[in-house]
Design a protein around this ligand. Sequence first.
Ligand code: ATP
Length: 353
Amino acid sequence: MSAAAGHGASVRIENCGKTFTDGTRALEPATLDIARGETLVLLGPSGCGKTTMLRIIAGLELPDPGGLVLFDDKDMTSVPIERRNVGMVFQSYALFPNMSVADNIGYGLKIRGMANEERTKRVAELVALTNISGLENRRIDQLSGGQRQRVALARAVAIRPGILLLDEPLTALDAALRERLRGELNRLLRALGITTIYVTHDQAEAMELGDRIVVMQKGTIAQIGNPRDIYFAPKNRFVAEFIGAANIIESPIEHGHLVLPGGRQPIGGDASFGAAVAMIRPETIRIVEAASAPLSGTIDSVSFIGDRQRMVVSGAAGKPLTVDAPNTVKAEVGDRVGLLIAPDAVRLLPPEK
Ligand code: ATP
């Protein structure tokens, strides 16, 4: 495991846009730096240009003229994929179905001419690292989806790439397995220290795996930041609503308060007058006695969602507010309740265009 550590290369894409021959503008010119060993997640809805950006980094696609791709400050823009030292894993595993697990993992090493003995050793290391011990001699078509994905990962990192590119690698798996593999993948990436670029439309995956997340919207970068920044300080309404649940309310501001139908909610920061679009995450709202909060409303619905309950409160903010409360909170439909929200939990967003 340690032998593979610290192999990460830095990546810079500079002014990389992409217009396909049919005129589709998949990517507006973007500039992005990825540090050695960093895991960067490209997150966004279908068609926003994530895969196009990944394919430009891989060397499967050329950027429009003027775009540059640099690895460790070296210009790689027109270097073909096989000479970029990248490992790739896709949603579809692209393994050889009737070859054994061990032969699949060792394939890249074999075509690079690595001697048998060394190859066997490397494959054994990777089998252990990706938790597939005992399956070495099975054929791929005798494996489960989760096992195949582990083999695909082991094969991608076998060549000790400087950069690992993953395109929705867990999407084909069921929810429980996805969650488990996410945790495993996280540990694996830390252990290997490879620079990783990970494409997903799943925000939970992005949060858990990303050192930083790039949120993409219609071919542009909407925001880059660490998971906490993206979640708590989204730059605009698109990012706020794409990541987690968000209450978005429009309101006048007076003396540092939102002036709402259900009361006056203090806000952080220095906005004292004007009008705002404000975002409040459902779990930052506390349900209290009606008299003990500046803002109050009426419970419209309560639904139990396992580790917490989701309530909808009307009459407080001009539109129904979603509130996620611990299961210990006792409140019923029709109850008049107070809503306690810390001023800093109210995030002001730029006005809508
Ligand atoms: P998804 O999550 O659905 O894979 P994505 O964010 O990865 O989406 P891309 O695959 O990068 O999106 O596609 C971005 C846009 O470019 C889409 O509108 C897509 O239809 C278009 N596109 C992708 N490849 C080509 C191509 N070879 N020729 C023309 N248009 C393309």
